[in-house]
Ligand binder design. Structure first.
Ligand SMILES: N[C@@H](CCC(=O)N[C@@H](CS)C(=O)NCC(=O)O)C(=O)O
Length: 326
């Protein structure tokens, strides 16, 4: 794994030494928005109008951030409008690659590139920063619209509604305040919390992440014993943002990232909730346990030097849920 500095690739791991062993996530840099009219969004430049066939999404099936965008693309029925390339699950010395031998990996469907960093260089030949998925690419202007999943799912939620997207609003105006509050807590302690625990290189940094993570899971278990979804009785983006971490939890975060006070299957309501979301039409097709387990266990050789991928756990995600009783 590595990063680009002034347009040159450097193979290096995250620098935790300058942060007392803590993993500090860097901010995404491409922050434009596709909008219905092509006007600028909350950040970035104008000129990215929603049009079928114009945009392409680069994802890893392993990545929880990219996974949000694939789910929103499916929920809004954007499969025909927004094409996708899937990177190989292994992220090694060249970062994400377009190897296409592995089932599910597609190669670069637009340009036949070898590495994702080459796409970043196509957008900005002097780019400095991490080369992350997801990437929303504009085929017309040949540039990156956004590499921030939180923004991309909001674009998918509404921008393509006049182009024939499926109905459904996952960020409704009346729930925005509560969704934003839930998102902030879930991001810090759960979505990013598992990474802070897993990539910590000191005992203190690990414990500072792992206890708040489980405190938050305990609180959500309580909340989801009373209500069907995080923001009430309607599914919202807050649920899908939580889902992509929960679905990976028992398979990778519990073992590989040492988040092992409890498993999701040990929380009756969270486990029931994950199964409801997994069984949601179109969602199971976005989940690849092969890419998920393969990526984490084989790519992070400083955590798992042998690269051996565990065969378990056995999870019965198809077991009927009982959330409709709430
Ligand atoms: N804030 C970004 C984070 C994306 C992210 O960190 N993706 C990971 C994969 S799970 C990645 O590509 N990491 C490569 C790296 O850090 O070098 C988002 O939500 O879109």
């Amino acid at each position: 794994m590595g990063l680009l500095i002034d347009g040159h690739w450097h193979d290096q791991w995250y620098d935790t030494k300058s942060n007392q062993g803590r993993f500090v996530r860097s901010e995404s840099q491409f922050r434009n928005w596709v909008t219905a009219t092509g006007e600028a969004g909350p950040t970035g430049d104008s000129g990215f109008k929603a049009e079928p066939g114009r945009y392409h999404l680069y994802v890893s099936l392993a990545c929880p951030w990219a996974h949000r965008t694939l789910i929103m693309r499916a929920l809004k029925g954007l499969e025909e409008m927004i094409s996708v390339s899937v990177v190989d699950y292994l992220m090694a010395e060249n970062g994400w690659t377009f190897e296409d031998e592995m089932d599910g990996a597609t190669g670069d469907r637009l340009y036949g590139l070898d590495y994702l960093y080459q796409l970043y260089l196509k957008a900005d030949s002097t780019y400095s920063g991490r080369v992350t998925v997801p990437v929303l690419w504009d085929k017309e202007r040949e540039t990156i619209v956004s590499n921030e999943s939180a923004d991309i799912i909001r674009m998918f939620n509404t921008a393509f509604d006049d182009c024939g997207a499926k109905p459904g609003d996952y960020y409704p105006a009346e729930l925005r305040e509560s969704i934003d509050e839930i998102n902030a807590q879930v991001y810090d302690s759960i979505n990013n919390g598992v990474y802070k625990a897993g990539f910590a290189t000191t005992q203190g940094a690990y414990e500072q992440a792992v206890y708040p993570l489980f405190e938050m899971l305990d609180r959500l278990e309580e909340r989801l014993s009373q209500q069907r979804y995080l923001a009430g009785d309607q599914v919202t983006e807050a649920d899908w943002r939580l889902f992509t971490t929960l679905i990976r939890f028992d398979a990778v975060y519990h073992g590989h990232f040492k988040c092992n006070l409890r498993r999701i299957v040990d929380y009756p309501h969270l486990w029931d909730y994950v199964r409801e979301l997994y069984q949601w039409p179109g969602v199971a097709d976005t989940v690849s346990m092969v890419h998920i387990k393969g990526h984490y266990y084989a790519s992070h050789t400083m955590i798992n030097p042998t690269g051996v991928i565990p065969v378990g756990p056995v999870l019965n995600l198809q077991k009927p849920h009982t959330r409709n009783q709430l």
